[in-house]
Design a protein around this ligand. Structure first.
Ligand code: HXC
Length: 514
């Protein structure tokens, strides 16, 4: 027996070295950790349980039949994060560049099946040269099997993708099908076709970092959700997020914690929001006042910053926040911000996370660029996402709520359960300046002093509509509240809507404006 155990231990040690000392040294030179070191940093200590270490690859061409590929270039297993069960795979770049062959894919799909069947979050660490060229269609089939499972698992278990090396070609579509993508500065690279192909086909020149580096995907494309300066920071971000998301879509929702210490938090929003609607402020400060402990995990912080999305805790429960950001483009809605918010709303709805919407925006951004970029389609995504969401939906109008934006930001008309407004709220078809110029044009141009007349008319419009009382008078707003009462009203609304049930019309699924 002793001999057998020793043989097992020796085999495991050899296989766990992956591509060997030299390949590991090369990995380190690139500033990267090995697959196993990554898993170790990500999970609670001593919780990782590895499977399929002894798998053998099936490549039989180009001399591959004589090669041993430890673990076939991927490490799979289960472990815990803050005591919560998770499933994980990490591609091992030290073994043929972490390239995806048939058995490599089989390992990934096995752990995906575990995660889905046993209802736990799946975390995939990608570091790979893509489809293993020597395996041909078998490698492509492997990708297809993964994409299929990503889609089946979507909305059932949280799926997180971590890009810690190259992720090229069709390989990028697995992360794109998952809920949250994490990238690290200088290490992550994602693209469909690399610089060489682009140069050959189009004659365009670009380096890998500028084409598909971490910043590009966080700031420009919106493909990534979390930006980290190094791998350690990235793993901490993942661990933090796991604290906020349920393990699956049917996880029992706990009741709100009404403990005095939590429910009686004193807040000061009054000093954050300027009464002058043209003055900006950071809406994240408002969110931090509202959450239990001032914590807020922001998602896609660097993309479409005119809208803020993320998770916080209220009464001990996870709440999704969607808030216009007056600091960026006055918080206007546009293609990217609508796209960003709509996806997040659907995420919250799928996982039974209530949404708090904080509204302060002048409407949809006008312009040829926006129209031609499809602001109609992208803007409609928000209408669709809010309307179809059946989770508790609470809106607080902080200041401006103009035009289509008023409707889109979870208005009563899209099914909001509670709508509150601060006394600074202005609810109208458009801002007073624009409105006065249109409806009083004749009076203004005919006046002896048009500038003076414009001022009078703008004021007249402001007095009439730039307040919350017209909407409150029609019942579109449930209560006009003091700024510092905001948290209490939201907490109460969350508690009241804990057992909310909505009967949606029977259908297979809707057709959102993707
Ligand atoms: C087989 C691969 C491989 C691949 C890398 N390797 N990619 N082996 N199939 N796709 C091997 C290399 O031969 C090398 O083996 C080892 O991995 C390390 O690679 P290097 O090139 O030495 O590393 P580096 O210089 O860091 O460059 C990394 C790289 C480059 C940028 C990823 O390897 C590369 O461009 N690879 C090909 C990328 C690609 O075009 N993939 C196919 C994409 S299409 P040795 O033995 O020398 O150590 C695709 C279709 C999917 O994926 C479709 C799904 C729908």
């Amino acid at each position: 027996m002793k001999n057998k155990i020793e043989t097992l231990r020796a085999s495991k040690s050899r296989l766990q070295l992956g591509g060997g000392e030299q390949a590991i040294a090369k990995q380190k030179e690139m500033g990267k950790l090995t697959a196993r070191e990554r898993i170790e940093q990500l999970l609670d200590p001593d919780t990782f349980c590895e499977y399929d270490l002894f798998i053998r690859h099936e490549a039989r061409e180009f001399g591959m039949e004589n090669k041993e590929l430890p673990g076939d270039g991927v490490v799979i297993g289960t472990g815990k994060i803050y005591g919560k069960k998770v499933a994980v795979f990490a591609q091992d770049f030290t073994v043929v560049g972490g390239s995806l062959g048939y058995m490599h894919a089989k390992k990934i799909t096995k752990i995906m099946d575990y995660a889905l069947n046993m209802r736990m979050p799946l975390i995939g660490i990608n570091d790979s040269g893509g489809a293993r060229i020597q395996e041909g269609v078998n490698a492509l089939a492997g990708y297809g099997d993964i994409f299929y499972r990503n889609t089946l698992a979507s909305g059932v278990i949280p799926q997180l993708s971590v890009i810690l090396g190259p992720c090229a070609g069709g390989a990028v579509y697995s992360p794109a099908l998952t809920d949250f993508v994490f990238v690290v500065d200088g290490i992550s690279k994602m693209f469909i076709t690399g610089p060489e192909v682009i140069k050959t086909v189009l004659g365009e020149e670009i380096d890998m970092e500028s084409l598909g580096g971490a910043r590009v995907h966080c700031e420009t494309t919106g493909n990534a959700h979390f930006f980290a300066r190094n791998e350690a920071e990235c793993f901490q971000q993942i661990r933090d997020l796991i604290k906020y998301v349920p393990s699956h879509n049917e996880e029992a929702v706990s009741s709100l914690n009404t403990d005095e210490k939590i429910s009686k938090k004193i807040i000061d929003i009054e000093q954050i929001i300027p009464v002058d609607p043209t003055k900006p402020y950071d809406v994240r400060e408002v969110i931090r006042e509202i959450t239990d402990d001032g914590e807020f995990i922001e998602i896609q912080e660097l993309f479409a910053a005119n809208i803020v999305i993320g998770f916080g805790k209220m009464g001990g429960k996870t709440v999704g926040f969607v808030a216009n950001q007056p600091m960026v483009l006055a918080g206007v809605l546009d293609c990217d911000s609508s796209d960003k918010a709509a996806r997040f709303i659907r995420y919250c709805d799928a996982f039974n996370i209530p949404i708090v919407t904080l509204e302060d925006m002048p409407g949809y951004l006008p312009g040829i660029d926006q129209e031609h970029a499809g602001v109609i389609r992208h803007g409609a995504k928000m209408l669709y996402a809010y309307s179809e969401a059946t989770i508790p939906k609470i809106t607080v109008i902080l200041r401006k709520a103009y035009g289509g934006g008023y409707i889109a930001m979870n208005s009563r008309h899209l099914g909001a359960d509670f709508v509150f407004a601060l006394p600074t709220a202005e609810i109208a078809v458009m801002g007073p300046e624009g409105a006065a110029n249109i409806i009083f044009r004749k009076e203004i141009t005919a006046a002896e002093n048009p500038a003076e007349m414009r001022k009078i008319k703008v004021q007249e419009y402001k007095d009439k509509f730039a307040n919350p009382y017209v909407a409150a008078g029609k019942g579109y707003i449930d209560a006009v509240i003091e700024p510092n009462e905001t948290r209490d009203y939201i907490l109460n609304a969350l508690q009241l809507s804990e057992n909310k049930q909505i009967l949606s019309p029977k259908k297979k699924h809707g057709i959102p404006p993707f």
